[in-house]
Structure formats: C-alpha cells, structure tokens
Design a protein around this ligand. Structure first.
Ligand code: SF4
Ligand code: SF4
Length: 156
C-alpha cells in the first residue's frame, strides 16, 4: 500500500537538524507515523492527572488503515479533535502516545527505526506492532460508562 502521507523529496533526517518550530508544513505532517494511537479515547483521572488509554476509537478512525476517515473536514464531526502544532505541543505531549514522533522529538528523543521516514515504508509501523491496526472498538458501539472496562497498555 502506498504511503497516505506525502514524504517524498524531504531532506534526509531533517528532524535531526531542524527544531520543530522551524519545520515546513510538509515536514511537520510527515512526522506522523500513521499509528492511529492518538485517535483512541483516553480516560483522565482528575485528581492524579493519570491518563489511561482505551481500545475505544474515535468514530472517524478506520482501524484497517489507521487513518481518519474525514481528516480534512473532521471538525464538522468531531469539533474537539486537536490540531497539533509546535506551539501547543507542551500542553498535549503528556497524553500523546509514548511512541508518537511529535512527543519523542519534543522530549529530545530519536525516532524509532520503524518510522516510515526512516524505513521508507508506511507499513513498517504496522509490522512493528505499534499501531492500532485491527484491534479497536468504535465509540459508536460502546457506551462511555463502559470505557473503563477497555483500558489497555499502549503497544510500544
Ligand atoms: S500518535 Fe502521533 S504519530 Fe501516531 S498517528 Fe497520532 S500524531 Fe501520528
Ligand atoms: S477526528 Fe479523525 S484525527 Fe481526530 S481523533 Fe477522530 S479519527 Fe483521529
């Protein structure tokens, strides 16, 4: 399957030399590994601030491709979907998946070898077992008061 994210022609390992705030829009978008884990619903404990991940996915997530079914106009359906930007990463990094490229770079860590920018293959994130491919439940099917029964450990 071809890569749904346009990563052609970018400078080799640009993320190792450019700060997040200096990246072009294409470079920024290319950082996404396509894992789909940020589209899983989370439960946050108000007192401790601890965030638990569930296998209940946003209504727009297609877990066969791990892509948003209506990315460009998703806010019509999911108004509170986050638009991640360099200047709001500090407020969101704490709940982002541990393997998310944006979180890794924000924390000063390297990307994994399975990242499509390194492997050259969009399937490598799925082959490494770190995506949501094939194992989510839709929020349409599970009432919110049952989400706690579907808490999972992040696949890393
Ligand atoms: S968790 Fe990060 S890398 Fe994975 S799909 Fe979401 S934004 Fe992209
Ligand atoms: S609207 Fe799309 S991008 Fe946003 S959480 Fe849902 S599936 Fe993910």
């Amino acid at each position: 399957m071809s890569d749904p994210i346009d990563r052609d022609g970018l400078d080799a390992r640009f993320w190792e030399r450019k700060p997040l705030t200096k990246m072009t829009q294409r470079e920024w978008e290319a950082l996404c590994d396509g894992c789909g884990k940020c589209c899983l619903n989370k439960l946050e404990d108000e007192e401790s601030g601890r965030v638990a991940l569930t296998r209940i996915a946003c209504r727009l997530l297609d877990d066969s491709t791990c892509r948003c079914a209506h990315y460009d106009n998703r806010h019509q359906f999911v108004p509170d979907c986050i638009v991640l930007k360099p200047d709001n990463l500090d407020t969101h990094a704490y709940w982002m998946p541990e393997t998310c490229a944006y979180r890794l770079l924000w924390e000063g860590k390297p990307l994994y070898d399975w990242h499509p920018l390194i492997s050259g293959n969009a399937q490598s994130v799925h082959e490494a077992g770190v995506s949501v491919q094939g194992w989510t439940l839709s929020e349409f099917d599970i009432p919110e008061d049952e989400w706690e029964e579907h808490i999972i450990e992040e696949p890393v």
